[in-house]
Design a protein around this ligand. Structure first.
Ligand code: CMP
Length: 136
């Protein structure tokens, strides 16, 4: 049975700043993701705090929110079979140092904070995150 899913992807400020947006988008397309929606925006810190509220008790929360709101980001809705797991595999481990060869974070990430891309970690969070950016 097919299991077409949608997931939210963010190209983070470190990657947008280095003009990696088109290259990362082409990697999604090469891996058979459809880019259903896309926009380039800059978040206010308060908006980043809302987006990352699941991490609000973590010691890195404040820095994480400052960073995500530090410059433009590209947010996308990606779709394919098993998109959530597929995107997480394509991104690689959160820490680029631990990410497998060929993954986006291994290729482009600079550090655990500046790890170039975000992807939803579950179907439930994908719905919440897609609504956060694209509910109109
Ligand atoms: P992301 O997938 O966007 O989700 C939360 C982010 O927190 C994560 O990527 C990392 O960039 C960032 N982060 C910073 N420090 C840590 C840490 N120690 N463990 C996990 N994530 C971290």
């Amino acid at each position: 049975m097919s299991n077409i899913e949608q997931t939210l992807s963010i190209i983070k400020p470190d990657a947008v700043e280095r003009n990696l947006g088109d290259e990362i988008k082409s990697e999604f397309l090469k891996n058979n993701f459809k880019i259903l929606k896309e926009k380039k925006i800059k978040l206010e810190k308060q908006e980043a705090e809302k987006f990352y509220q699941v991490h609000q008790t973590k010691p890195f929360y404040n820095d994480l929110c400052s960073y995500l709101s530090s410059g433009p980001i590209i947010v996308m809705v990606l779709e394919k079979e098993d998109a959530i797991a597929g995107n997480r595999k394509l991104m690689g481990a959160t820490d680029p140092k631990k990410a497998e060869d060929g993954t986006l974070r291994k290729k482009h990430g600079l550090s655990i904070d500046k790890n170039s891309v975000h992807g939803s970690d579950s179907l439930e969070n994908a719905k919440i995150e897609i609504d956060f950016f694209f509910k109109d």
